[in-house]
Design a protein around this ligand. Structure first.
Ligand code: SF4
Ligand code: SF4
Length: 413
């Protein structure tokens, strides 16, 4: 967790740069923003199929580990009789016969496990299969997480999620308020994975004929994910006519344009010389970055959610004296407005009730807890989830929220 200049508790804010198609200059802009940002930040390249941010930022590698996607079927060749039952069963065409033995192509296997059930010899098992590599490096602007999916590898969405998870964890540990992500192009599984739960999407578009169709697809995805977005027009002057068309559609649709950067040969020269073209992009770039931060900070202030275990669904209810087995939970925003109340399920759990309720709250985006006391397991879990906690023992929900706003609650975590 991090605090802003006024001491308001904030989660690291994640800005994801995306585009409807490749080649819009998204990665160059991400590198420029990494250089322009002030204060601690963590960087991530979530384009695991074609990771290019590292080419510009040259991270000095500090960590590298294999990425294993979902488990896939594997045949013990020595025991396979070649009966073909598995091949007939597999709907995904993942099994071939080679020299009278079944062989699974891990690139096509969906891991459904059906072939394990039909094999009369019981000679198929599921095994982890390396799908790529995850890396961490140090850049001049902060740590950077990136990854590369093996050629033909599946599970790119899972690897994207892992890159973001590592970046978020490190940002939380460093108390860095900003995570800047170079997302994958398009609207497929990797793009969805890069945007889910982020703070703001910056949609980079250039004035080409397909620009509006590309833009609309990404905006639809942002709508599905309830994610705020803003639009950056790159190289706007390569076609002022199409740029004008984009502007008027955006205005009519109410899509916010955050800024526009012109094309300049000097930018291309700088990137091919291995330099980040901040100077070459000049004032329009700085203005675009300011607009992004402004849009981000507006969202960030409403992003914080507070979770409170309570005896009832109303703010007049008392804060429950046992977190894990509280009959109700109230979720509110920083202003004290109740966003939702839901019934606790911890009373039905024989073990791990606190962890279960913390998981539920974390999935709802809660990052601050107002609680009676927390046990050691719950404290460990909450720490790992990047949550903070304050003591609200003996108060009503309304009083707890008011005292938290005034900074009068004892900090537990
Ligand atoms: S696990 Fe499913 S998809 Fe994979 S080879 Fe077996 S039947 Fe086919
Ligand atoms: S079902 Fe089992 S024994 Fe038959 S071909 Fe497949 S792996 Fe071999």
């Amino acid at each position: 967790m991090a605090r802003d200049g006024e001491g308001i508790l904030m989660s690291p804010f994640e800005i994801v740069m995306v585009s409807g198609k490749g080649g819009t200059g998204k990665t160059t802009l991400t590198a420029c923003f990494a250089a322009l940002a002030e204060g601690p930040r963590v960087l991530a390249d979530a384009d695991v199929d074609a990771p290019n941010l590292g080419i510009i930022l040259s991270p000095r590698e500090t960590e590298s580990r294999p990425f294993f996607g979902m488990k896939v079927a594997h045949v013990d060749e020595a025991r396979c009789t070649g009966c073909g039952e598995c091949l007939r069963f597999c709907r995904f065409g993942s099994i071939l016969m080679k020299d009278g033995k079944a062989v699974v192509d891990p690139g096509f296997c969906e891991g459904c496990g059906g072939c394990l059930l039909v094999c009369p010899e019981g000679c198929i098992e599921k095994r982890a299969f390396q799908r790529g590599v995850l890396k961490r490096g140090e850049t001049d602007f902060g740590p950077m997480w990136h990854a590369r999916l093996a050629p033909g590898g599946e599970n790119s969405g899972m690897l994207v999620a892992l890159v973001r998870k590592e970046a978020r964890q490190e940002a939380t540990e460093l108390k860095a308020p900003l995570i800047l992500v170079d997302g994958p192009p398009g609207v497929g599984c990797p793009a969805t994975s890069s945007l889910t739960g982020a703070g703001l999407a910056v949609l980079v578009v250039e004035p080409s004929r397909s620009a509006l169709a590309d833009l609309r697809r990404v905006i639809d995805l942002c709508g599905t994910l309830s994610l705020p977005f803003g639009i950056a027009i790159n190289r706007w002057d390569i076609s002022p006519v199409v740029t004008e068309e984009i502007r008027s559609v955006c205005e009519a649709e109410g899509w916010p344009i955050l800024g526009a950067v012109p094309f300049d040969e000097k930018i291309t020269r700088a990137t091919s010389d291995g330099r980040i073209p901040v100077e070459e992009m000049g004032r329009p770039l700085v203005e675009l970055w300011r607009a992004i931060l402004q849009r981000g900070s507006a969202k960030n202030m409403t992003k914080i959610k507070i979770g409170i275990p309570s005896l009832g669904a109303e703010t007049s209810s008392a804060v429950a004296d046992r977190f894990a087995r509280a009959p109700w939970f109230v979720v509110a925003d920083e202003s004290g407005k109740v966003l939702e109340s839901f019934e606790g399920t911890g009373a039905d759990e024989a073990h791990g009730a606190a962890t279960k309720m913390l998981t539920t709250l974390s999935e709802k985006g809660v990052s601050v807890l107002l609680v009676p006391r927390l046990g050691p397991n719950a404290i460990n879990f909450a720490k790992q989830a990047g949550m903070s906690a304050f003591c609200a023992e003996g108060l009503t929900v309304a009083d707890a929220l008011a005292k938290h706003t005034e900074g009068k609650l004892e900090k537990l975590l």
